[in-house]
Design a protein around this ligand. Structure first.
Ligand code: NAP
Length: 338
C-alpha cells in the first residue's frame, strides 16, 4: 500500500482523546439534545415532531414539507421516509464504526447517522474529494469522523486500514461493509467472464475481505456488530443483471453463515437488502416519471430514501437489536415478493 494510494486518515476535530478499550461507554458524550430511545407510553402522534429529537444531520437543504417525504414530494405519491435522527440509541455513543462506501449514497448517510449518535466513524471510499466532503460535513456538525481512501477489493489495503483505525479511534465496534455499486445491467446471454468476475469481486468478495479484516478483533473482544448490504436484486429472481443478483444473494448467505459462526463469540451479523433507494445518483440519473413508476411498484407507494436504510442500520447496530443476528432485512417498502 503506497502512501499516495492510502494517505493517513484525516481526523476531524473532536472533544477528548480516543476511547480506551476498557473505558465505559454509557457515559460517553451524546449528541446535543439526545435522549434515550424508548417508546412513548402516551402513544406518539404520527406527524408530531419529538421535542427531544436531535438535530437532523446531513445535506437536506431541500427538505420536504412537514408531513411529506422528499420521495413523496418528488415522485408525486404519498408516504414518509424514516429519519435516522428521530431515534436515539444511547449504547452507540462512544463506539467506533467503520463504514465502507461512505463517500456517497447509502454509506454516506449511514456514516452521518452513526456520527449523530455519538459514534466515532471512519469513512472509507476511493473518491478522495467526495469522501472528505462527507467527513468535513460530519466534523462541522460536531461529529467525530475520519476518512480513509481505500479500495475494499484490496486485502492488503484493508489490513492497513484496520491498523490505522484502531490506532486513531480504538477497536472497531461496528462494521458497515456497504461499498458496492451496479453497472449498466447485462442479460445472462451477454455476460462475459470478465464482467462476472468483476461484479462478484466488487459486490461480494469485497464484503468478505472487509469482514474478514475486522472480525478477528471483534471475536477476540467478545463483542461487535457487522452489517452487510445486499439488495432486493439478491432476494428474488428477475434482476436485469445475473452477476449482480447472484452476488447480492451471496451476501445474504455470507451474513447468515457468519452469524452462525461468530454468534457464540458475542458478535452479531445482519444484512440490509434495500430496494430502489433515491441516492443522489438515482435522483440525478433517473427521470422523474421513472421515479414515479418505481414508487408505484412498492406497496408503500414511494421509493426509499438513504435515511430509510441508515435508520435500519442504526437499529441493527444498537443493543435494541441484541437478540437479532443472521437476518436479511428487506428495506423495501413491502416489495418483497415481485
Ligand atoms: N441505491 C439503491 O437503490 C440500492 C438498492 C439496493 C442495493 N444497493 C447497493 O448498495 C450499495 C451502495 O449503493 P449506493 O446506491 O449507495 O451506491 P453509490 O451511491 O454508487 O455509492 C457506492 C459507494 O461504494 C463505494 N465503493 C464502490 N466500490 C468501492 C471499492 N472498490 N472500494 C471502496 N469503495 C467503493 C463508492 O465509493 P467511491 O466512489 O469513493 O469509490 C461509494 O461510496 C451498492 O452495492 C448497491 O448496489 C443500492
Amino acid at each position: 500500500m503506497s502512501d499516495e494510494k492510502n494517505p493517513p486518515a484525516q481526523p476531524t476535530p473532536r472533544p477528548g482523546a480516543p476511547r480506551q478499550r476498557d473505558e465505559p461507554r454509557r457515559d460517553a458524550p451524546r449528541p446535543e439534545g439526545a435522549q434515550p430511545h424508548e417508546p412513548r407510553r402516551d402513544g406518539p402522534q404520527r406527524d408530531e415532531p419529538r421535542p427531544d429529537a436531535p438535530r437532523r444531520h446531513g445535506p437536506h437543504h431541500d427538505g420536504p414539507e412537514p408531513g411529506q417525504s422528499a420521495s413523496a414530494r418528488d415522485t408525486g405519491v404519498p408516504g414518509r421516509a424514516a429519519e435516522p435522527g428521530g431515534a436515539v440509541y444511547p449504547d452507540l455513543a462512544g463506539k467506533v464504526a467503520v463504514v465502507t462506501g461512505a463517500s456517497r449514497g447509502i454509506g454516506a448517510e449511514t456514516a452521518r447517522a452513526l456520527a449523530a449518535q455519538g459514534v466515532a466513524v471512519c469513512l472509507v471510499g476511493r473518491d478522495r474529494a467526495a469522501l472528505f466532503s462527507v467527513v468535513d460535513e460530519i466534523g462541522r456538525g460536531g461529529g467525530t469522523a475520519t476518512g480513509a481512501v481505500t479500495d475494499v477489493t484490496d486485502a492488503r489495503a484493508l489490513a492497513a486500514l484496520a491498523h490505522r483505525v484502531t490506532d486513531e479511534l480504538g477497536p472497531v465496534d461496528v462494521l458497515a461493509a456497504f461499498a458496492g455499486g451496479r453497472s449498466a445491467p447485462l442479460p445472462a446471454l451477454e455476460m462475459t467472464e470478465e464482467r462476472w468476475r468483476r461484479t462478484l469481486d466488487t459486490e461480494l468478495t469485497s464484503a468478505f475481505l472487509t469482514v474478514r479484516t475486522f472480525l478477528p478483533g471483534m471475536v477476540e473482544r467478545g463483542s461487535g456488530v457487522v452489517l452487510t448490504l445486499s439488495s432486493s436484486a439478491g432476494r428474488r429472481p428477475g434482476t436485469p443483471d445475473i452477476a449482480y443478483g447472484a452476488a447480492h444473494a451471496g451476501l445474504s448467505m455470507l451474513t447468515g453463515q457468519l452469524a452462525a459462526e461468530v454468534g457464540p463469540y458475542g458478535v452479531r451479523v445482519n444484512c440490509l437488502a434495500p430496494s430502489s433507494i433515491r441516492t443522489e445518483k438515482v435522483r440525478r440519473d433517473m427521470p422523474p416519471e421513472e421515479q414515479h413508476r418505481t414508487a408505484l411498484r412498492h406497496p408503500l407507494r414511494r421509493m426509499g430514501e438513504p435515511g430509510d436504510v441508515a435508520s435500519t442500520a442504526l437499529f441493527l447496530a444498537s443493543d435494541a437489536a441484541s437478540w437479532l443476528t443472521g437476518l436479511t432485512v428487506d428495506v423495501a417498502g413491502g416489495r418483497i415478493t415481485g
